[in-house]
Ligand binder design. Structure first.
Ligand code: TEU
Ligand code: CA
Length: 563
């Protein structure tokens, strides 16, 4: 694997709408991000991915773009964006935007023109089909519910394809003119000084054509898009072109939102000259998913979590550099998902943080993760904004479950869990801004907030700072960044342990879950403890046995040691 500058960095995702509001309209904005850059720098962040801030009706919170070359006034202006790029540069930080090109907004000029003249140039930018006798070209179910076909405004018999929301018409990547438009736009942003992109929903750009039905998998008679994706061949041709025309000449940093990749495709995606610099590991995210809907999803135990990420580590090996996360704007809070219900506390949060942070790959932190933000409790569907959650709720009720149970599933999985405003302090609305936030704050902000976390030397926040500092410590960085990852005693319940092995150094990472007392057998007693979750700088205990040593792991506890 070729070494790249970004391997040593730490990345952070900002969900701008919920980060920091400077003008009191209840919506986070670019000036808010600029104001908090020093805060992120102090934490140790280098690369920042912004969820979309382009012009958008915000039907899917900006993942529906109506103008790729403008900033939505609710987020600020292009001047603000240029200022953010300049301010980041001053601090040796890198800004990455979201590249949402599977679809645009139905309010994009291309789509408006397509509606005016479906047979003209812009009609060919989309998938528009004539529907006879009410039979759609295929029975695919959109990700947000219902058929992927929606009537083209102004036309009785014409329908357009949208694999996400009906306000997100799919762009036709088979059309070279569409690809040219996209490449132009991507290069325009990279020329401006953007470091790169997070590439949204990219697997969907290749459709299995011609359109056809797949066996229905729910009572609605429709079929999961996944069935079509398994049949769609050749996404690599588009991605290779995107790399060659845009990313490679700019040496852009890119991270793909890639689901369902096959093992043999990994080198194509993130090998030395892959389509992307890196891609997210979603193995623990998709674990337990049910085809029937969120209400049927299974929880994940710490052992299953460990096995998922270890499996990815093995699959990736030396091929490339994966990106590790515990949450993002589409997922519940990691501490609420991977730590069993009721066990959420400072120790368990630090334990989970240690376990994922030193896996081989690029560690990402999602806003609020560093202060231990948790899922929101929803008491009524009225409190939910996200379109995907509203659909999941409908699906659950249609499947015959009670409202209570449907709401319970949202509490576990709703995308709004991670979208509540950032908790800066314990003042009204968590110090997010002076206006009423677009989404209610999590009421736990009086306890969980940045100001309180900063004041406590043993807080999750101060622990994250140590995690980042350790990964960058010149004495250990070589090993923690590029060293081999070797699982340790994967058979032990509630223990996630691994070595990071460098040329002249072996580090041990241990994360023990659960409240029970456990031990981890070790061949030797570690030479030096580099970091531990124990308060007040206390070190974990090791006892000698007849075969070697044992680390004493009482309750939630994690440490990193040099062997
Ligand atoms: O998500 C793509 C994706 O695959 C979704 O199915 C996601 O897992 C789902 O929404 C969870 O409920 C990306 C973005 O991250 C997401 O926010 C957007 O809604 C989506 O693309 C459409 O642009
Ligand atoms: Ca604002």
């Amino acid at each position: 694997m070729e070494r790249k500058w970004w391997h040593k960095k730490v990345a952070y995702q900002i969900y701008p709408k919920s980060f920091y509001d400077t003008n009191g309209d209840g919506i986070g904005d670019l000036p808010g991000i600029i104001e908090k850059l020093d805060e992120l720098k102090a934490l140790g962040i280098d690369i920042i991915w912004l969820s979309p801030v382009y012009a958008s009706p915000l039907a899917d919170q900006g993942y529906d773009i109506s103008d790729y070359r403008n900033i939505d006034p609710r987020f600020g202006t292009m001047d603000d964006m240029d200022r953010l790029l300049a301010e980041a540069k001053k601090r040796d930080m890198y800004i990455v935007m979201d590249l949402v090109v599977n679809h645009c907004s139905d309010e994009h000029e291309w789509f408006r023109r397509a509606c005016e003249d479906p047979d003209g140039k812009y009609g060919k930018y989309f998938y528009i089909e004539t529907v006879k006798d009410g039979k759609f070209p295929c029975n695919w179910r959109s990700y947000f519910g219902g058929p992927v076909w929606e009537k083209l405004p102004g036309h009785e018999d014409k329908y357009y394809l949208h694999v996400f929301h009906k306000k997100q018409p799919d762009l036709n990547w088979e059309n070279p003119e569409v690809r040219e438009e996209i490449y132009d736009m991507v290069n325009w942003w990279l020329d401006k000084g953007l470091a790169g992109f997070r590439i949204d929903a990219i697997i969907n750009i290749k459709k299995a054509l011609p359109f056809k039905d797949y066996p229905a998998d729910r009572p609605d008679g429709l079929t999961s898009i996944g069935n079509m994706l398994r049949d769609a061949k050749g996404v690599g041709e588009f991605l290779g072109e995107l790399r060659d025309r845009c990313f490679a000449p700019h040496e852009a940093f890119t991270v793909g939102e890639v689901f369902n990749e096959k093992a043999e495709e990994i080198p194509d995606f993130i090998g030395d000259s892959g389509y992307f610099s890196t891609m997210f590991d979603f193995a623990p995210t998709v674990f337990g998913q049910s085809g029937k809907g969120w209400h049927e999803n299974a929880d994940i135990t710490p052992d299953e979590y460990r096995d998922c990420v270890f499996n990815t580590q093995k699959k990736i090996g030396e091929i490339g550099f994966i990106s590790n996360i515990i949450e993002n704007h589409d997922e519940p809070r990691g501490v609420s998902r991977y730590i069993p219900d009721g066990d959420q506390c400072e120790d368990s949060k630090k334990t989970l943080a240690t376990g994922y942070f030193f896996l081989k790959g690029l560690p990402w932190i999602y806003q609020g993760q560093e202060i231990g933000m948790e899922n929101k409790k929803f008491t009524s569907i009225e409190e939910v904004d996200d379109i995907s959650s509203l659909d999941a709720y409908k699906v659950a009720l249609a499947d015959g479950v009670t409202e209570e149970r449907a709401l319970y599933a949202l509490g576990k999985l709703s995308r709004d869990n991670a979208r509540t405003p950032y908790q800066w302090d314990d003042t009204v609305n968590a110090g997010f801004g002076t206006g009423m936030p677009w989404l209610p704050v999590n009421p736990n902000y009086t306890e969980i907030n940045l100001a309180a976390q900063k004041a406590d030397p043993d807080s999750v926040y101060n622990y994250y700072k140590k995690l980042i500092a350790l990964r960058k410590d010149p004495a250990y960085a070589e090993t923690l960044v590029w060293g081999e990852m070797i699982p340790v005693r994967q058979d032990l319940h509630d223990i996630m342990a691994y070595y990071r092995k460098g040329e002249n150094q072996t580090l041990l990472v241990v994360a023990a879950f659960g409240n029970e007392n456990k031990v981890l057998p070790l061949p030797v007693k570690p030479k030096k403890i580099l970091l531990s979750t124990l308060a007040g700088g206390k070190e974990p205990e090791f006892v000698e046995t007849k075969d070697g040593w044992e680390a004493v792991l009482d309750g939630y506890l994690a440490f990193v040691a040099e062997l």
